[in-house]
Design a protein around this ligand. Structure first.
Ligand SMILES: Cc1cc2nc3c(=O)[nH]c(=O)nc-3n(C[C@H](O)[C@H](O)[C@H](O)COP(=O)(O)OP(=O)(O)OC[C@H]3O[C@@H](n4cnc5c(N)ncnc54)[C@H](O)[C@@H]3O)c2cc1C
Length: 633
């Protein structure tokens, strides 16, 4: 009988993008933490696309960094190309994306974990939860060893009962042939946890030397690289960048796929799991967008130390022979040598409606979870959940209130609220369209929105906190100044406006008014702003955005005020909504099952109508008044 028994404050199961953030947060907050993985070589492994960030995902990385997480710093030290997406659009959708050197990314994250105090790394498969009276006590591993803990954070990703499929081939492994974790799902079910079966897919990897790049469009990184982390000095990361390449599928590719759909496990029904709607396989795209005669294919380097190239946009689970024909039909890939086949992976994850907005399980106290295990998809979505789950596991142990970010504070708040409140039967991927207050949730102001919380939690240093407070003050001061500066229709002013194709002034106006003109901005008006102070670019960037989008931002702030009113109307937990007369059956069922923490959250549950919300509001108001009367107040 294995008698290994150890005691920790926190057990983190999984060293993927979620687990790493969770474990680092707990250990950095001084808690004795152990992190489990089925293979230490796979710490922070990127089994799919070799990039971090992109539309809305860049926002998540910035927010993780602003709260004191690691992903932003790690990619700033291991990227090989960087690009700010959507630069031609408004700042709300500017999104940073960096191509990563996958091996270096994993290696550096592993070193960070290895060199973090209070953190123990353990290669072992966790097979069982130890739960007593609905409270977590610890976990057991395959060897029978027991690890007791006050909190457990599950971040098992795509490994639970996972199997990889392409054509008729089915391998009962995790990603990249790593072992799968086959026991923990049963232990979760035994403890009343509802599980889902999801799937995702990845494209083949091909040898760089077998590609004809002359048939593709080279995609360059940005000249001036912007870092993900607010702690990274941009001057330290201006590297020679690798290129990506753009080519397209064509009718030949599409007919090869159509002729073999019956051999695709996804279309033959072998695959049971539900896949991500917004990350479709190539066969899915050919079927769903039959009118399109070509689809973009991005050839991306996997790193400096390898010739492997990732075929972005062509993930698939078609048989190997079809994959050869399919990829060879793409211009530039006619002689491609496949290093790894494309495949789909199915895995167990949970219904995230079983979680509180703190990412703690409603029915198992002290059990938290993050990442793909919660039904999301993507490295960035995983990292932010892992960070919040780790922070809240620590705060539970420290007897502090959980950190719950709402939809007006962060994309992280939108993501977690969507997961725990809305019904979703497919992997959840973040998008800017999901964030109703996206004009104020920009990636450029993530530190102003969140770093004070990171400081209060204990993950942001005093120095970073002071810098954010200083920035805030200087931004307000400079906005006040440019609003009060009057610019007259003088010769040099008119000349500058003319040179910038801007209408000459008829009468004097404020500098702020000029900044608001679409063709002008804070920087280009320097020559006529004689008393301009020397300010840090992060400050002038904010001044420019806050003045230019002042109208939209104030309107959105008003909406946030109304939103917060409903968010602050708290609802009792474990409440029986059958007791509220004239509430509709469907609403009662959904409310009893989900136990929303506020009127705001209740209003976002599908099946709960605005009329139901009014009924609850009246009832709660009445209950509150009766309570006051009873107390004779
Ligand atoms: C084939 C494939 C294709 C993908 N395609 C996409 C895509 O197209 N778009 C996209 O956004 N995302 C995609 N992803 C998802 C992306 O990889 C994940 O979103 C991300 O890695 C999730 O991070 P995570 O931390 O939740 O889990 P993971 O990175 O999967 O890490 C899980 C960790 O848990 C450990 N673990 C699991 N169970 C146990 C156990 N019982 N005991 C001990 N350790 C355990 C593992 O060893 C690993 O360290 C894909 C993933 C795969 C595998």
């Amino acid at each position: 009988m294995n008698v290994i028994e150890e005691q920790y404050d926190v057990v983190v199961v999984g060293a993927g993008h979620a687990g790493c953030e969770a474990a680092l947060a707990c250990a950095r907050l001084g808690l004795e933490t152990i992190i489990f993985t089925v293979s230490v070589e796979s710490i922070a492994m990127m089994p799919c696309n070799p990039n971090i960030g992109g539309s809305s995902k860049g926002h998540l990385v910035k927010e993780v960094d602003a709260l004191g997480g690691e992903m932003g710093i790690n990619i700033d030290h291991t990227f090989i190309q960087s690009k700010m997406l959507n630069k031609s659009k408004g700042p709300a959708v500017h999104s940073l994306r960096a191509q990563a050197d996958k091996n270096e990314y994993s290696k550096r994250m592993r070193q960070t974990l290895e060199n973090t105090e209070h953190l123990t790394i353990r290669q072992a498969e966790v097979t069982d939860l130890i739960v007593e009276k609905s409270s977590i006590q610890g976990v057991k591993t395959l060897s029978g060893a027991t690890y007791y803990a006050k909190a457990v954070v599950l971040c098992t990703g795509t490994y639970l009962k996972s199997r990889c499929l392409y054509g008729e081939v089915i391998e009962h492994t995790g990603p990249n042939g790593l072992r799968s974790a086959n026991y923990l799902s049963d232990s979760l079910k035994k403890n009343g946890v509802e599980m889902y079966r999801f799937k995702t897919g990845t494209p083949a990897r091909i040898d760089k030397n077998s590609i004809d790049f002359s048939k593709m469009e080279e995609q360059f990184g940005d000249e001036r690289i912007v870092p993900f982390s607010f702690t990274t000095n941009p001057d330290d990361i201006q590297i020679d960048q690798e290129s990506c390449w753009l080519t397209y599928t064509n009718e030949q590719t599409h007919s090869i796929i159509r002729e073999n759909l019956d051999r695709s496990p996804m279309f033959s029904g072998v695959i049971e799991g539900t896949g991500p709607r917004y990350c479709p396989s190539i066969e899915d795209k050919v079927v769903r967008f039959a009118d399109k005669n070509r689809h973009q294919v991005f050839i991306e380097p996997e790193g400096n130390g390898t010739n492997e190239m990732y075929i972005g946009g062509m993930s698939s689970s078609l048989p190997e022979d079809v994959q050869y024909d399919m990829y060879h039909s793409v211009p530039g890939l006619e002689h491609a040598k496949i290093v790894r086949n494309a495949y789909a992976i199915e895995y167990d994850c949970i219904n995230p409606n079983q979680l509180l907005p703190s990412l703690e399980f409603k029915n198992i106290h002290g059990l938290f979870s993050g990442g793909q295990f919660n039904g999301s998809s993507g490295y960035e979505e995983a990292a932010c959940q892992g960070l919040i789950a780790g922070i809240n596991a620590s705060r539970m142990i420290q007897k502090k209130d959980p950190i719950i970010l709402d939809r007006s504070q962060a994309y992280i708040g939108v993501l977690i609220d969507d997961l725990v409140t809305k019904e979703s039967h497919e992997p959840y991927r973040m998008m800017t369209s999901r964030a109703e207050y996206r004009l104020i949730l920009r990636q450029d102001n993530a530190d102003l929105r969140l770093s004070k919380i990171g400081y209060e939690v204990g993950l942001i240093s005093k120095e970073r906190y002071d810098w954010v407070c200083y920035k805030e003050k200087e931004i307000a001061k400079e906005i006040e100044r440019v609003t009060s500066v009057t610019v007259g229709a003088k010769k040099e002013v008119q000349a500058l406006l003319e040179s910038l194709n801007s209408t000459p002034l008829k009468t004097a106006t404020s500098l702020a008014e000029l900044i608001r003109r679409p063709e002008l901005n804070y920087d280009v008006l320097k020559s006529i702003d004689v008393n301009r102070p020397e300010l840090h670019p992060e400050i002038t960037e904010q001044v420019n955005i806050l003045i230019k989008y002042d109208g939209y931002i104030s309107r959105q702030m008003k909406q946030v005020k109304d939103f917060k009113k409903l968010e602050n109307k708290k609802l009792p937990q474990n409440f029986d909504y059958n007791t509220i007369p004239s509430l509709r059956i469907e609403a009662i069922q959904k409310l009893n099952q989900l136990q929303p923490i506020s009127i705001g959250q209740a209003s976002r549950i599908s099946g709960v109508s605005p009329a139901d919300i009014s009924v609850i509001l009246v009832y709660m108001e009445q209950a509150y008044r009766n309570n006051k009367d009873n107390k004779g107040e």
